[in-house]
Design a protein around this ligand. Structure first.
Ligand code: ACO
Length: 435
């Protein structure tokens, strides 16, 4: 994105012209891919920074992984519509797609699945010594954040970031070990013995088995439920520059190893404004308790008395979240097997009331991916505090695709500027002379 010379206004059709009113200097900056380069801006205004809390209007990178048009409700991975992938693909194929940029051929797919399958085990010390150090009621997402970081101490070669083969090795390890770590966190926090990975089972089936075996209460061995989880994993695989992916990129830009960077991404996902929202949705629906209480609850949200409507709203989607549409369909299929989640009726009523209410429509607040996903997980028998962990398992492939892209782009270390608003220079006063 090269800027036109100072003073040559109006020569580039897709451009903006910046004028510094203090000096009268102008600069024409081309608009490329919907953005303008800050490098051009700095030529004219080196000491003027954008004040942009929450990155409302800042593109921190160029990316070719996920395309999202929030107004049109479009989500595509590497150009493929999410609807087609959810219908026809598998999570592991989608993971290959986001990482490699293309769908695999048969041989590539078989090799990829084989490699992932044979890296599902975690070191015995992780399970026996590290995991058992947690308090008995530790939140599984807190355990996962720490466990992902701890993996970096087992794979010292992961620091060889310049070696593409080494990078791919760590990518395979991380994608493969997420279900094992996730199930391990659950088994520990519920006091149950660890179930080792079974390399004869497919990715999702293996995860369900590690979670629930041999508890017959759960329909963990039902193929339709494995498929439902696989579809949810596809929907959660990537979502461009969200909070956790940004954390991955920021920490990755310091050239920390991928385990450490992925742990930061997990930590960002833990928050209730991001991946923790699916957990909060169930708590909110439980608190509402009955359909009759929905209007009063919505009024309380509008009046600022009940916090936010969890699972509603999105920074980018100002129309229906396309993932929510697919999830609603999956929910129907799952409930046919598990029986309907009793909270579903409250959720449907809440959606109906909110979508008719001017407060929500004027702010373009629609159900997001988290509004219905928790209902499905709960009906399948997943404990509520495992919900953010379930989000983290597939999002690992997206985080790693961005990490890989970042390293291949020779990015600079992430280091935003600030607008200082604190005290001016003043002299230190010794403690005994301070009033
Ligand atoms: N319930 C009630 N009001 C809301 C909600 C909500 N869920 N979300 C936004 N608003 C209101 C805000 O109060 C604000 O109103 P105002 O203009 O009168 O002050 C307006 O809508 C804009 O809200 P912002 O906070 O500016 O929107 P932002 O883009 O920063 O936040 C977010 C997006 C964090 C997702 C927000 O909508 C939210 O907190 N939602 C609930 C939590 C949630 O579901 N998170 C999951 C997101 S999806 C994901 O991460 C996978």
């Amino acid at each position: 994105m090269a800027a036109a010379l100072l003073g040559t206004v109006g020569t580039v059709p897709d451009s903006i012209t910046i004028t510094d009113n203090r000096t009268g200097d102008t600069l024409e900056v081309p608009i490329v891919n919907g953005g303008v380069s800050s490098a051009d801006w700095r030529k004219l205004l080196p000491d003027v920074f954008f004040y942009d809390p929450g990155f409302m209007a800042t593109a921190a990178c160029e990316s070719s992984i996920t395309e999202l048009d929030g107004d049109a409700g479009i989500l595509r991975y590497r150009g493929y519509p999410i609807e087609q992938l959810a219908e026809q693909s598998t999570y592991l194929e989608v993971a290959y797609l986001v990482i490699h940029g293309e769908l695999p051929d048969k041989q590539q797919y078989d090799t990829w699945v084989h490699d992932i399958t044979y890296h599902t085990f975690i070191h015995e010390n992780m399970r026996k010594r590290f995991m058992e150090g947690f308090h008995y009621d530790a939140h599984p997402m807190g355990m996962l954040v720490s466990a992902v970081a701890a993996l970096s101490t087992f794979y010292l070669d992961a620091k060889k970031l310049a070696d593409p083969d080494q990078r791919m090795q760590e990518i395979i390890r991380l994608i493969a070990k997420m279900p094992t770590l996730a199930a391990c966190c659950h088994r520990f926090s519920s006091g149950m013995p660890f179930v080792y990975p079974d390399n004869n089972k497919a990715f999702t089936e293996n995860f369900m088995n590690m979670m629930f075996s041999p508890d017959a209460k759960y329909a963990f061995d039902h193929p339709a439920l494995h498929r439902a989880i696989d579809v949810l994993f596809i929907l959660h695989a990537d979502h461009e520059q969200n909070c956790s992916t940004t954390a991955m990129r920021v920490v990755g830009s310091s050239h920390a190893d991928p385990y450490t960077a992925a742990s930061a991404a997990c930590a960002a996902l833990y928050g209730p404004r991001h991946g923790g929202a699916n957990e909060q949705v169930i708590r909110m629906l439980t608190e509402i308790g009955s359909i009759d209480n929905v209007p009063a609850f919505v009024d309380a949200v509008k009046g600022g008395k009940s916090g936010r409507l969890q699972g509603f709203g999105h920074r980018v989607y100002k129309n229906y979240d396309p993932r929510a549409t697919i999830i609603k369909k999956v929910a129907d299929e799952v409930f046919e097997i598990t029986g309907k989640n009793p909270l579903l009726d409250i959720a449907l009523k809440l959606e109906e009331v909110a979508l008719k209410d001017e407060y929500f429509t004027s702010r373009k607040l629609y159900p997001n991916v988290d509004f219905y996903s928790g209902l499905i997980y709960q009906a399948m028998g997943f404990p509520i505090d495992m919900f953010p962990v379930l989000f983290a398992i597939p999002r690992m492939s997206g985080w790693l695709a961005h990490w890989q892209e970042l390293l291949e782009q020779d990015s600079r270390i992430a280091r935003p500027r600030q607008l200082y608003i604190g005290a001016g220079a003043r002299d230190y006063v010794p403690l005994d002379t301070r009033s």
